[in-house]
Ligand binder design. Sequence first.
Ligand SMILES: O=C(O)CCC(=O)C(=O)O
Length: 297
Amino acid sequence: MKCEGTHGTRLVQSGINHKLRRAVGAGCHAGVSWARSGETKVKIFNDLKRYLTGGIVTEHQPVDFLPPGFTVRQIDETGVSVIDNFCSTEEAEYLIEAARPLLKPSRIVVNNESVKDDYRTSSTAALYGESRKDKALIPLLYRGAMVLGVPYTHVEAVFVTHYSGGEYYKKHEDFFPGFQGDRLYTVLIYLNDMSPEQGGSTAFEKLRLLVTPKCGRAVCWTNRNPDCSPHPETTHEALPVAEGSEKWVIQLWYRRYELLPPATDLPDAPEADVTSPVAPSAELPSGVRHLSGGAGS
Ligand SMILES: O=C(O)CCC(=O)C(=O)O
């Protein structure tokens, strides 16, 4: 069954790792410069602002604001990166409450048709698309775009997904086979903390990686090579949530081309002078581990 998208470890590396190495390791990418360690000043240059906003420059850009502790980590050779504090607790809480009244049964794509199926048993709320644009999401779209090096306007409609006890999303990939322009990157953002006992982790079976949800944590990976061939190793699943627990996530999918026009009514953001460690680390973030047995172990 094909749900949302697939293809490989080494290939994955050549994608996001390459970009992140440029962005983080080399310390310079698309007008962003980052120092490598210690008290790191994150400096966003005006040309990046123009690039990300499609030419619209206002006094305060959402891209100016990175939550304290925003930390990019490549997870060894998996090609997956984990960004802690991708969003703040306040942003997460706001987005949960904005989504709650809009939740509908989640759907999957089977044979190019969007259907309700027990392959995915969560609920989903659309917060950003043609008809609804929640401005609170824009800073998150910018942050993903900044890390990945694509304009934020390439993002698909944005959904918040809620899992109650027992709910899950079985193994799938995020690319659509045979469609060459589709999802280059996935940024999956957790909006609440969960302990390993509460289930709900994201398991990458082929990469032997398990990520436990943590409020504000984002997991990023590339679904496609530069030549558009897909990455089958990105197969992932949302493991069932334990009874009495819940899980909230946001998925950002960035495509090869623009989908949404640039926003003209941008939210205010805190000042740009953010001190934040942005560095690769030898240690895995807490709650991220390599799998030894099956995906559910
Ligand atoms: O909730 C998760 O951990 C994964 C969600 C997912 O894979 C998706 O929505 O495509």
